[in-house]
Design a protein around this ligand. Structure first.
Ligand SMILES: *Cc1c(COP(=O)(O)O)cnc(C)c1O
Length: 386
């Protein structure tokens, strides 16, 4: 025992500390973290009720309002990854017995449906083939058949397929039927145009590890007044203590005396703050434009070597490009070589698309022209040497 303790020396730490490779993260998330964000994460931890930290939380809220393009007072970061943001929106807005229309064109719409059922509500599905956007007329059909539905949930950027749905139009239709709207914007925030207020989205959740150049673990979230009123007037208690907005807002809400709810992930919030400052400095429109032009460049350059996009042009996400695996190619082996020889990670297809597509993410800090060149020359080399 004593020998072991004596061994805890500089050398011991040098040997045992975890040292990850410097990967180029070009999959469906996480994406590469901006070096300034990594530096911010390493700053000294302070208390979660320290006045300095409360000021930081206020700053994060106003920077998130900018990112979401909203004036919503209830805009903050949930302590947990995008899936916790998803669950927070759903468990607060849905009560047992509710009827909820859920749009499913990939993994994440399917995950929402599962949570809706766990809330004791009945989901009605509007589906589209994987790789396609949700057809707004299908939503209209479904709502006209179920006029007692009270909520419509949809995904803006389906990271499992690379398809973008027109959530502005989906929200217009939902409101025609007096439904409240919940939008998954995990892979769109900071990457493609997203206007929460102009598009009349009542509630939305996102993630930090896709287009914000930040590590995973937090979920930016926003609720408008209509959504907050619905929560305040619930007949039943929210079934989750941790995610109950009525309680969380005792800590994150403004105008109240901030009280302990849970210990906030202090250093992660330093990172998010830095990432949001970088977004503000670049400018939201400029960040959208960067993702758009790099996505287009990637499609052009892959096309030149015979790798073609899976999603049609007007429904394609620039930040997540799914491409068909060329005939006769062992897709898993290509990903393995990219990782082992080139330190590049890309994503595989999921569900029905497993083995058929690759998912190539150019999100956040990863999205620059140099990385496109690095990736295209690596995959060209691998395919030529088969
Ligand atoms: C990544 C992702 C999620 C889940 O986020 P986690 O941080 O992995 O929990 C939800 N929806 C979409 C569209 C995503 O891309």
């Amino acid at each position: 025992m004593l020998d072991y303790l004596n061994d805890i020396s500089e050398n011991y730490m040098k040997d045992k500390s975890f040292k990850p490779n410097n990967r180029l993260l070009m999959g469906p998330g996480p994406s590469n973290v901006h070096p300034k964000v990594l530096k911010a994460l390493a700053r000294p931890t302070i208390g979660h009720l320290d006045p300095q930290f409360i000021d930081l939380m206020d700053d994060i809220k106003s920077l998130l309002k900018y990112a979401f393009q909203t004036e919503n007072e209830v805009t903050f970061a949930v302590s947990g990854p995008g899936s916790v943001g998803m669950e927070t929106c759903l468990v607060n807005l849905i009560e047992p017995g509710d009827k909820v229309v859920v749009c499913i064109n990939g993994v994440f719409g399917g995950r929402m449906k599962d949570i809706i059922e766990r809330c004791g509500a009945t989901p009605f599905e509007v589906t589209a083939p994987w790789g396609s956007a949700i057809d707004p007329s299908e939503l209209e059909n479904k709502l006209s058949q179920h006029e007692d539905a009270s909520i419509v949930a949809f995904v803006h950027a389906e990271t499992s397929t690379g398809a973008k749905s027109d959530i502005k139009t989906l929200a217009e239709i939902a409101h025609k039927y007096d439904c409240l709207t919940i939008a998954d914007t995990v892979t769109s925030l900071g990457g493609i145009p997203l206007l929460i207020d102009d598009w009349n989205i009542d509630c939305s959740y996102s993630g930090t590890q896709k287009c914000l150049s930040c590590p995973p673990g937090l979920s930016p979230i926003t609720f408008n007044e209509r959504a907050v009123n619905l929560i305040k007037n619930r007949k039943s208690k929210v079934q989750s203590w941790f995610m109950d907005l009525n309680l969380v807002l005792g800590y994150w809400g403004s105008g109240t005396k901030r009280a302990y709810h849970h210990t906030a992930p202090i250093n992660s919030l330093y990172g998010l703050h830095e990432a949001l400052l970088l977004l503000k400095q670049e400018g939201l429109e400029q960040a959208w434009e960067r993702h758009q032009s790099n996505g287009q460049k990637l499609v052009n350059e892959l096309g030149a070597i015979g790798i073609l996009p899976y999603v049609k042009a007007d429904e394609r996400l620039p930040e997540l490009t799914s491409v068909a695996v060329p005939a006769g190619v062992d897709e898993a082996d290509v990903r393995k070589q990219l990782l082992e020889k080139h330190n590049i990670e890309i994503g595989a297809g999921l569900g029905d698309l497993a083995g058929k597509i690759w998912r190539i993410g150019f999100m956040g800090y990863t999205s620059n022209e140099e990385n496109i060149d690095t990736f295209v020359s690596a995959i060209r080399g691998i395919l030529e040497n088969k």
